[in-house]
Design a binder for this molecule. Structure first.
Ligand code: IMP
Ligand code: MG
Length: 180
């Protein structure tokens, strides 16, 4: 049963599991057996990354980047990018893992940061794409689901740090953030 703050379940566990498996296969094929550095964008991508790498076969390492554009509200603020225990990216083939792309501004900033750290190549995999809201051009190589312009939580996505642990992706009830 969904949490009372969830207006509706958009993607259930089964749908997510099946799509994550396909994304893992697609991403692995694109690297053609080369060792991959899988870089998750904290914190939203932590669950997606954990499920994704368990479906990936072949040599890989895991690292994380911290990037935040949302504070406690539901509209974007200023982007901050910082490395969290990221090994040397120089010469690495990177698979950047992000939970959701909305305006695209965060991903553009993160991609710049990854390139500045010396990655040899960067591919992107994003679970959710609010494609109608895109404001800047950004290449997403692998997209899980195109989603509507609603505030989504669960499967790693939060509102004010809550709901990340929900096993599904749901639409947050407006009353939760109205006036915030
Ligand atoms: P963008 O820079 O507008 O593309 O925003 C992307 C970032 O905003 C994501 O990495 C999320 O952290 C956050 N975000 C965008 N939409 C949602 C949402 O519906 N729920 C939770 N976080 C979101
Ligand atoms: Mg994010």
């Amino acid at each position: 049963m969904a949490d009372p703050d969830i207006e509706k379940v958009l993607l259930d566990e089964e749908q997510i599991r099946a799509r994550v498996k396909e994304l893992a296969a697609e991403a692995c094929a694109a690297f053609e057996g080369r060792p991959i550095l899988v870089v998750g964008v904290l914190k939203g991508a932590f669950i997606f990354l954990a499920d994704l790498v368990r479906e990936m076969h072949g040599p890989l390492k895991v690292a994380f980047l911290r990037a935040e554009s949302y504070r406690d509200g539901t509209r974007p603020g200023e982007l901050e990018v910082g490395c969290v225990g990221v090994p040397d990216l120089r010469g690495r083939d990177v698979l950047l893992v992000e939970d959701i792309v909305d305006t695209g501004r965060s991903l553009v900033g993160i991609l710049d940061a990854v390139r500045e750290l010396g990655a040899l190549s960067v591919r992107t995999v994003v679970l959710l794409d609010k494609s109608d809201r895109r404001e800047v051009d950004v290449a997403v190589d692998h997209v899980g689901f195109i989603v509507p312009d609603e505030f989504l939580v669960g499967y790693g996505l939060d509102h004010a740090e809550d709901y990340r642990n929900l096993p599904y992706v749901g639409v947050l009830a407006r009353r939760v953030y109205e006036g915030s």
